[in-house]
Design a protein. Sequence first.
Length: 108
Amino acid sequence: MAKGRLNPIGLIRGRGRVYWRIFKALRTFFPMLNDWRKGRYRPLPKKAVGLMALAIVYVVSPIDIVPDFIPFWGLLDDFVIGGWLLAKLDEELDGYRRWRESADTPAA
């Protein structure tokens, strides 16, 4: 493929990475909700809940800014919007990760 041209195969692989990031975020997100429900972690970051819901709905839904059936562009918008939402979610989950690490570390 000529240099500088868009690569649809690379874009599909990129979408797979977006799905993987959602999976990784879910592995952090749901334990956070469980810790919150049991009263161990406060306050619940409502922004994280909203971002997770938006990321899942946007990437999985066939109704997008650019519909998925449009070659290349349909996948590109999922990658860009989903990636942006996940980056924001990741920032919101950092506080929980730090709390979890400190809770798992025994006091000296």
